[in-house]
Design a protein around this ligand. Structure first.
Ligand SMILES: [Zn+2]
Length: 291
């Protein structure tokens, strides 16, 4: 979405922000939208699900995508979409930006800038860690932070203060690729295991991003990334009772912190020590006895 929006909006000036439905407007905006009238957009940055329209003044126009937020670059005369929340007029004669959000968890607001190192960033950004694509992503720092956490690795992977942008689907896929059980305690993982998991996370997200990129076109920008999810070959997420493509055992689903987790009980052992005593499928041969 960021990639799709940036080339269109950079260099344009915010003329008017029209809140069509207040579901798309956070109640605690730092300043009224009028404060950025006339501001030039210098860039579009992203951290996790936050999108930051960088302006030529000391305020940020922020959007959070929530569960289903979408930006469209739409013809100004086109009828309002059913879930249209906010329209942004950038002075373009033909088109405007529309923020559409079916489930209303997303919002648009003005945010103040706070220092981060030698830069300033929106306050909303400060609460969350850089994601794996961010130039500020500190791989070793993240490994260290994960290795100190006394909770299930799946929860840690979803913790936006450790690394942002890893959703439930990406987390399940990354854990499957790295052969790590979602309930293993983070601090009990070895450094090579954590390192492998980060590598898997990055590759899953890169693949999704590449696929998501292909669905952008001039008029329609899919900003929720979900098209990307579905383009990625899913090995674990949503594959309950399907055979693992690596070993043939059925993928299992458990609930962990109110979210479902999908994993292969053969490839992703909870306790490696128990492996020998368990009557499971023979390891050398792919077993299909349950599937
Ligand atoms: Zn397996």
């Amino acid at each position: 979405m960021r990639r799709g929006l940036e080339p269109w909006i950079v260099g344009k000036k915010i003329r008017e922000i029209d809140v069509v439905h207040k579901g798309g407007n956070r109640s605690s905006t730092y300043a009224p939208f009028g404060a950025i009238q006339g501001a030039e957009v210098l860039g579009v940055a992203r951290r996790g699900k936050f999108l930051w329209f960088q302006l030529d003044r000391d305020l940020a126009l922020m959007a959070h995508l929530g569960m289903s937020g979408q930006f469209l670059i739409q013809d100004k005369h086109r009828a309002y979409e059913k879930h249209l929340r906010v329209r942004i007029d950038c002075g373009d004669r033909k088109r405007e930006i529309r923020f559409i959000d079916q489930r209303t968890f997303g919002w648009i607001a003005i945010d103040k800038l706070v220092p981060e190192g030698s830069d300033t960033i929106p306050q909303s950004f400060a609460r969350i860690a850089p994601d794996v694509f961010d130039k500020k992503f500190d791989r070793q720092g993240v490994i260290n932070r994960i290795s100190r956490k006394n909770s299930a690795i799946k929860r840690v992977l979803l913790d936006q203060s450790v690394v942002s942008g890893v959703g439930n689907i990406y987390a399940d896929e990354a854990l499957w690729r790295a052969k790590i059980h979602p309930e293993r305690i983070a601090k009990e993982l070895s450094v090579p295991e954590i390192s492998e998991l980060l590598k898997a996370t990055i590759s899953v997200m890169e693949e999704a991003l590449e696929q998501g990129g292909t669905s952008f076109d001039e008029l329609y920008i899919n900003v929720n990334g979900e098209s990307g999810y579905f383009e990625v070959e899913l090995e674990a997420y949503g594959q309950e009772d399907e055979p693992c493509t690596r070993c043939g055992r059925q993928i299992r689903r458990i609930t962990l912190g109110n979210r479902s987790s999908h994993f292969c009980p053969q490839c992703q052992r909870k306790s490696p020590a128990k492996e020998t005593g368990e009557k499971s499928a023979p390891r050398k041969k792919v077993s299909s006895k349950r599937g």
